[in-house]
Design a protein around this ligand. Structure first.
Ligand code: 4AD
Ligand code: MG
Length: 488
C-alpha cells in the first residue's frame, strides 16, 4: 500500500482524544466539519467523527495552514488533521488540536449542504435521511441503537439463551393478522392462472404463495423445543396501513422462547430484560442520554402544562430500571378503564363498555401514565382478540397472553405461554380457520415431546423510542419504511 493512501487510515477516534490523559503529543484525526469560525489569523474548526457526541476543536493558524486550503474546509467537508493535542485555553472544551497539517479529503459546497450548523426540525431531517446521522441528535440515537443491540445479545448470552436465525421468507402468517408483504418472482405483467382464474402460485419460485415474515416466533418455538432457550433478533415486516408514530412497515424484533416455562416465567424474563437494557443505556450511553434529556427538556418548554411530562428522560429511565412493573389481568384493567374519567366523559376515541374489547393505545397509555404511573403488564386476555397459538386458560374465555405497556409508548412487548396440548391447539386452529395442513410441522412438536413453553416479542424500535425519548418511531431507525416511503 502506498504511503499516501495509508495516511488516511491512521488516526485516533475523537472519543479517545477527548479522554486522553497524555497531552502535548502529535495526533491524527479524520472527521467531518460541523462548524467553522474565526478571523483572518486563526480558524476554529469543530470536527466530529461520529465516535461520540462531542466534537473536538481544531485550531488552525491561517498563515501556517494556508488561507486557500482553509477556504475548502467548509461545513460538511471531510478533513484529515495532523497536530498537537493540547489542553485548551478556551471555554467549553478540555483539549483541542493545534493543526500542523490539514488535508481536505472530501469537500462540500457549504451553501448547498442541507445540514447547517443550526437547529433543524425532525421532519426536515427525515427527508435528509442520507445525511441526518451527521447531526448531534441522530448521532446520539444511532449510537444508542448500537448499544442496545449489543446489550440484547449480551443479556441472552449471559443467561444461556442461543441466538437463532429464523427465516425472513415464509409461507406462514404467524400472527394471523394477514398484513403480509407478498414475495414473488412471477412476471406481474403476465401472471400464470389456474383453470378457475386464480393466480397459479405453483409456478412461483417456492411453488406456493410466499411472504416476508411478520414474526420469527413459530420457528423459534421449534428451536426452543430442542435447544431449550433461544432468541431471534431480526427484521419483521407488516403491511398494516398504520401511519402512526409507533408503527413501521419494517421493524426489528427480539423474540426469546423458553422451553419448560409458563406465563409467570415469561413476565419475569420480560421485566428483567427491559430493566437490563435500560440500565445498560444508563451505564454506557451517558453523554448521548444527557444530550437527549436536554433536548427533550427544551421541547417540553413549548408544551402546554397538561401535556408536559412529569419526569425528564434520565429520571424516567432510572424509575423504570428500579421499580417492579405492575401486573394485572385484562379483566381487572377493563374494570379500571370502564370506570375511568376519560371513559365516563367520553374522551376516549374508543369507549370501553364491554369485556372483550380490544385495547387501543389510548387505553394502554391511560393505565400506565395516569392510573398506575409505572410500567404495566396485562395478562390473560380474551382469546378472541389474540393469536391461535396462545395457551387456553381453564376459564374457557381467556388465554395466557401478556403485553408489557410502557409510558409514552403503549405496548412495547407482546407475548404468551404457548398452547402445548395438541387437541386444544388443533381445535383452536379450526375455530380460527388456521390451516393445519400448512402448519403440520408446528403441530408435530406437540406430538413429539411437547412441553409447556413461553416467549415474547420486543419491538426494538419501540424500545429505542423509550430509551431515547424520541417521539416518532421514524426517528429511531436509520431508514424508516412506512406507507409511501421506501427512499434511501
Ligand atoms: O405483539 P406482536 O404482534 O407479537 C408477535 O409478533 C409475537 N409473535 C411475539 C412473540 O410472542 N414471540 O409484536 C411484538 C412487538 C409489539 O409489542 C411491538 O413492540 C412491536 O413488536 N411491533 C411493532 N413495532 C413497530 N412497528 C410495528 N408495525 C409493530 N408491530 C408490532
Ligand atoms: Mg401485540
Amino acid at each position: 500500500m502506498s504511503a499516501e493512501k495509508r495516511v488516511y487510515q491512521v488516526g485516533e477516534k475523537i472519543k479517545a482524544l477527548l479522554s486522553a490523559t497524555a497531552l502535548d503529543r502529535e495526533v491524527i484525526l479524520r472527521a467531518w466539519v460541523r462548524n467553522k469560525r474565526g478571523n483572518k489569523h486563526v480558524a476554529f474548526i469543530s470536527a466530529n467523527d461520529g465516535s461520540c457526541l462531542s466534537g473536538i476543536q481544531v485550531v488552525a493558524d491561517v498563515e501556517k495552514i494556508g488561507e486557500d486550503l482553509l477556504k475548502e474546509v467548509t461545513v460538511g467537508s471531510a478533513i484529515w488533521v495532523k497536530g498537537q493535542l493540547v489542553a485548551s485555553a478556551g471555554k467549553g472544551q478540555q483539549v483541542e488540536v493545534v493543526a500542523e497539517e490539514v488535508r481536505v479529503l472530501g469537500g462540500a459546497d457549504a451553501e448547498k449542504y442541507p445540514i447547517q450548523p443550526k437547529k433543524h426540525s425532525l421532519e426536515f431531517l427525515r427527508e435528509q435521511a442520507h445525511l441526518r446521522v451527521r447531526t448531534s441528535t441522530f448521532g446520539a440515537v444511532f449510537r444508542i441503537r448500537h448499544a442496545m443491540s449489543y446489550a440484547v445479545h449480551h443479556f441472552f448470552n449471559s443467561k444461556g439463551f442461543f441466538n437463532v436465525h429464523s427465516p425472513i421468507l415464509t409461507a406462514t402468517d404467524a400472527e394471523g393478522a394477514g398484513e403480509m408483504f407478498r414475495v414473488t418472482n412471477l412476471n406481474l405483467k403476465d401472471l400464470p392462472r389456474t383453470d378457475d382464474g386464480e393466480i397459479d402460485y405453483s409456478q412461483d419460485f417456492f411453488g406456493r404463495p410466499t411472504n416476508l415474515t411478520v414474526s420469527g416466533q413459530l420457528e423459534a418455538e421449534l428451536l426452543a423445543l430442542g435447544l431449550g432457550e433461544v432468541y431471534t433478533f431480526g427484521p419483521t415486516f407488516r403491511a398494516e396501513n398504520s401511519n402512526t408514530s409507533r408503527h413501521l412497515a419494517e421493524f426489528w424484533m427480539i423474540e426469546p422462547e423458553m422451553a419448560f416455562a409458563e406465563l409467570s416465567d415469561n413476565i419475569a424474563l420480560a421485566q428483567e430484560f427491559l430493566q437490563y437494557l435500560v440500565n445498560y443505556a444508563l451505564d454506557n450511553c451517558r453523554e448521548d442520554l444527557a444530550f437527549l434529556d436536554q433536548r427533550l427538556a427544551d421541547e417540553e418548554k413549548n408544551k402546554k402544562k397538561e401535556e408536559k411530562s412529569e419526569m425528564g428522560l434520565i429520571e424516567k429511565l432510572e424509575f423504570v430500571a428500579n421499580n417492579d412493573f405492575k401486573v394485572l389481568t385484562y379483566t381487572e384493567a377493563i374494570e379500571i378503564l370502564r370506570n375511568s374519567k376519560p371513559n365516563k366523559k367520553k374522551q376516549f376515541n374508543y369507549l370501553i363498555d364491554e369485556w372483550g374489547a380490544d385495547l387501543q393505545s389510548e387505553h394502554e397509555r391511560y393505565l400506565v401514565e395516569k392510573h398506575f404511573k409505572m410500567p404495566v403488564v396485562l395478562k390473560d386476555y380474551p382469546k378472541d382478540i389474540k393469536a391461535f397459538y396462545m395457551r387456553q386458560n381453564d376459564d374457557g374465555k381467556t388465554v395466557a397472553a401478556m403485553d408489557v405497556l410502557f409510558p409514552g409508548i403503549g405496548e412495547i412487548i407482546g407475548g404468551s405461554q404457548r398452547e402445548e396440548r395438541l387437541d386444544k391447539l388443533t381445535r383452536r386452529m379450526e375455530e380460527m380457520d388456521v390451516s393445519q395442513e400448512e402448519l403440520w410441522w408446528f403441530l408435530e412438536t406437540r406430538k413429539f415431546g411437547t412441553v409447556p413453553h413461553a416467549g415474547f416479542g420486543l419491538g426494538f424500535e419501540r424500545l429505542m423510542l423509550f430509551v431515547t425519548g424520541m417521539t416518532n418511531i421514524r426517528d429511531v431507525i436509520p431508514f424508516p419504511r412506512f406507507p409511501d416511503h421506501a427512499e434511501f
